[in-house]
Ligand binder design. Structure first.
Ligand SMILES: Cc1cc2nc3c(=O)[nH]c(=O)nc-3n(C[C@H](O)[C@H](O)[C@H](O)COP(=O)(O)OP(=O)(O)OC[C@H]3O[C@@H](n4cnc5c(N)ncnc54)[C@H](O)[C@@H]3O)c2cc1C
Length: 392
């Protein structure tokens, strides 16, 4: 008599964000016996946001900025569903997909990133859904931007970047460089431009924007209509391209998941990247918040979370204890200024110049190159943490 074959355990990877790209790259070399892995990721490739301003400025083709998923999955036995999750029931251990189907899991890892919640933004900025160009999903933005660039060849465009955070700053300067005849205005809202940076970096940013003739309006955008943005002060700003680069939100489908969430609706995780309410659920990157440390959401943490997540998933599934992941206190933050100049900051230190751009370009290209190749061998050449140095 032979024992009945055990059905494999199901591990579902939701999203192909920075951390999961690393997890995928390790799975060919370190398979998980007895585990069926399913990746749910809607796009065939991951667009690396750090290089998107360079793409807009015209320094890179879109293909330079992407990590294709198919080569990472080759020979891994991983099943790939080109779908988005629209619901999650952590107690029932099921994920609902955008075709209405349901996927069961024993273990789940979430790395779907943040979203720009259209409903929420529409409430504070009526007309945004119809007239605005959203930076997220970044893959959709990357696909749409060439149409704006084509239009700019026919006439000078008036571009309004709504949002004065890092993405808004970088995109404004990139547009100024890429669409030379167009005018660019940043509508910065209640906070100062670059409010998350030190005063020294804010000064550098303000000077860089001024030198590039980018106007900053410290006002709220309260509505968008065809050809104009409505401002909180009552004025109207003539605008052909309202680019919405306001902060990102937690995906709405997490709300009914049963998972413990933080005050902003992101998945609450412990030091081992595990849900504080459901030990069989892991999460990394911008979709999660580590409860014992106030960590700003940014690409750097998403990237650095990858190697730890790969180890922790393998450990948990094998019945071992996962290991705490210690993100760095300070990270090198590089803000590109459009014209092959950039501003660097590290803690309270800052610098700028062409060499900073050169450094950012090298680091970003190296990151893409690491994953845009066949899967790693066990003795692969990845850094101990696999992370590029420049993510903010
Ligand atoms: C223009 C711009 C420039 C930026 N530049 C930098 C920079 O230079 N440095 C930096 O540190 N940060 C930068 N950021 C911030 C950075 O993009 C985020 O912090 C980072 O992307 C978060 O990584 P992540 O892996 O958590 O999620 P993401 O990179 O957003 O990846 C999430 C993945 O999940 C997929 N997904 C989404 N929803 C679902 C779903 N429902 N089901 C299945 N899959 C889903 C997405 O398609 C995507 O592939 C920038 C942001 C923007 C908008």
């Amino acid at each position: 008599m032979t024992a009945p074959a055990q059905s494999p355990k199901q591990l579902v990877l939701l999203g192909a964000g920075h951390a999961h790209v690393h997890v995928l790259s390790t799975l060919a070399a370190q398979p998980m016996p007895g585990v069926q892995i399913t990746l749910v990721a809607p796009y065939p490739r991951q667009l690396y946001s750090g290089m998107v301003p360079g793409f807009v400025a015209g320094h890179y083709a879109l293909e330079d900025c992407v990590i294709a998923l198919a080569p990472l999955l080759k020979n891994t036995g991983i099943k790939w569903l080109t779908r988005s999750a629209t619901g999650l029931d952590a107690n029932a251990r099921t994920v609902t997909l955008d075709d209405g189907s349901t996927l069961s899991f024993d273990w789940l890892s979430v790395n779907t990133g943040p979203v720009q919640d259209r409903d929420q933004i529409e409430q504070t900025m009526p007309g945004a859904r119809e007239h605005g160009l959203f930076v997220r999903p970044i893959e959709a933005f990357g696909a749409l931007w060439p149409q704006v660039a084509e239009l700019a060849k026919t006439r000078a465009l008036r571009v309004a970047v709504i949002g004065g955070g890092a993405a808004g700053i970088e995109l404004a300067m990139a547009i100024r460089h890429g669409l030379r005849s167009s005018s660019v205005t940043i509508i910065s809202g209640a906070a100062a431009v670059g409010a998350n940076y030190t005063p020294a970096v804010q000064q550098r940013v303000a000077k860089a924007l001024k030198r590039r003739n980018i106007t900053v309006l410290p006002d709220m955008a309260v509505g968008i209509q065809a050809g104009e943005v409505l401002l909180g002060c009552g004025a109207r700003l003539a605008c052909d391209v309202p680019l919405i680069a306001t902060g990102a939100q937690a995906p709405a489908w997490l709300a009914g998941s049963g998972l413990a969430l933080d005050g902003n609706g992101f998945i609450a995780v412990d030091a081992c990247q595990r849900s504080t309410s459901h030990a069989h659920v892991f999460a990394a990157g911008d979709v999660s918040t580590r409860v014992d440390r106030a960590i700003a959401r940014s690409g750097v943490y998403a990237v650095r979370a990858g190697p730890a997540l790969a180890n922790n998933l393998a450990a948990a599934i094998a019945g071992r204890e996962p290991t705490p992941h210690q993100p760095p206190e300070n990270t090198l933050n590089l803000l590109s200024c459009g014209d092959r100049q950039a501003i660097a900051s590290w803690g309270r230190y800052s610098a700028q110049g062409r060499w900073v751009w050169w450094l950012k370009d090298r680091i970003d290209r190296a990151f893409i190159k690491r994953y845009a190749r066949p899967p790693l061998t066990p003795a692969g050449d990845m850094d101990s943490d696999g992370a590029p140095a420049n993510r903010r």
